[in-house]
Design a protein around this ligand. Structure first.
Ligand SMILES: [Zn+2]
Length: 266
């Protein structure tokens, strides 16, 4: 009889572990509270890389989104699913946008190289070697066609991305979609760039879309293996006409045929 009870207990426990989502804290410290509001009292303070188990309950308030975890409530803006395990460099066409798990804080490709300064808005911008070579070819081709395009942002470490994200929450509020959570940015892959006109006009602004430089990029970037993943009809982030991601020529060609060509008529 005791054995049966134990087995039932074990099965219930295993089912619970399998279904409960585990989250990890990605800020230095985070207060767990008795209820889903900053006005509720603090149960305890959690720290970077602490793991909590969700009970499955969530509460969306105009300020922060909250989830219930064992022992209290935490803000969803400062936690994420456990990071994926990565060995070595991720494949060039790796699509992280539909992955449940973010990149781990430690992930940094080992083939990052500096983009020559003449193509950059600021020094020491890096990309993975294959992407950097394709980028230089693309920017040279743009120049030949009469368009001077420079790189504003390239590889960003997990920690750098965290700072951008936390700043964006302060600036635009917790439900902003301008900046990705740490571990969720294509910039950490070392395969994404933010591009701008050399004269700085419409720098990281929507109006970049109305420039001939943007038009040239839309019509030509895929030939060099780059695509603009966050176009108007993507569901993940606000439209980012300046953000281009290297996925390799073959995949970029397919992306162009599927999304971009048809978009001309939308
Ligand atoms: Zn970007």
């Amino acid at each position: 009889m005791k054995r049966k009870i134990f087995l039932t207990f074990l099965i219930v426990l295993l089912t619970f572990i399998a279904t409960a989502d585990k989250f990890y804290i990605f800020v230095d410290s985070l207060n767990m509270r008795t209820c889903p509001s900053v006005n509720c009292s603090v149960v305890k303070t959690l720290h970077f890389k602490d793991v909590v188990n969700s009970t499955g309950k969530a509460e969306y308030t105009p300020s922060f989104d909250w989830i219930e975890v064992e022992g209290g409530w935490v803000s969803l803006q400062y936690i994420d699913y456990l990071p994926m395990k990565v060995n070595g460099n991720l494949p060039i066409d790796f699509d992280m946008n539909y992955s449940d798990s973010p990149l781990p804080p430690e992930y940094e490709p080992n083939d990052l190289v500096e983009i020559p300064a003449e193509y950059c808005f600021k020094p020491e911008l890096k990309l993975r070697k294959e992407a950097e070579e394709a980028l230089v070819q693309m920017l040279n081709a743009a120049k030949k066609a009469g368009y001077e395009i420079i790189v504003v942002s390239a590889y960003r470490s997990w920690y750098y991305q965290r700072n951008l994200y936390l700043d964006a929450i302060i600036k635009y509020g917790p439900d902003q979609t301008a900046v990705a959570k740490p571990g969720r940015s294509e910039h950490q892959l070392g395969l994404a760039v933010d591009l701008a006109r050399k004269d700085g006009k419409c720098l990281l602004l929507k109006c970049f879309k109305n420039t001939p430089e943007y038009r040239w990029l839309v019509n030509n970037s895929y030939k060099f293996g780059f695509v603009q993943p966050y176009f108007k009809y993507n569901i993940l982030y606000m439209e980012e006409p300046w953000h281009f991601r290297y996925i390799g020529k073959e995949a970029a060609n397919e992306f162009y045929e599927t999304y971009i060509k048809s978009r001309e008529n939308m």
